[in-house]
Design a protein. Sequence first.
Length: 227
Amino acid sequence: MRIRSLLTVASVALAGALGVTSGAVAAPAGPQPIIGGGTVSSAPWAAAVFSNGSFTCSGSVIAPEWVLTAKHCVSGSMSVRVGSVYHSSGGTTRTVSASYSRYDLALLRLSSAVSTSTVTLASTNPPINSTNTIYGWGMTCYSGCSPSSQLKTASVQVTSTNVTDAYGGQAIRSSRINGNAWRGDSGGPQFYNGQQVGVASTADGQSIQNYGSVAYSRAWISSTAGV
């Protein structure tokens, strides 16, 4: 449920993990920064991820029985709500019957299939300097606020694909355009040209975020989930 702290997993001094319950972190200096961005009115492929009944992370539906999220989100008894832009109401809920992980990506197998649209997964990383879109239910301020009740989105610019996620896998680094990922956005998707290219892993809460590369783990996703 946390964007994991870049301070502990990278050489740059970034402040916080993308999860909701990862403990207190000092607020970075600067404007209150998804921090920034805007709300989403429809996203049938969106998945809110719960641990022991509490909202913890964001995710995406990649097949009727599969949700893609972050490895560091997986803990305790897992469940998801799909097909709603609100993490606490609407859509359809399912328990998770099994989970599989590689680097900071996790595949959640649902107890039964859901009837909703699915994302398309990318086979290549986005170009440097490209404008990408991120989604999540994360906190809308540095500290002292709850996760957003409604799904949010923001635009970011890719700056590197030569970085790692929280568990050493290849990651896509981006900087804020009109918003950035923060706690609760962990596991949420990053899109380029209509395809999911990344999974939210680490962030500084101010401008920089690292998303685990979907392309880097594409063969594993295919062999595990058949997608």
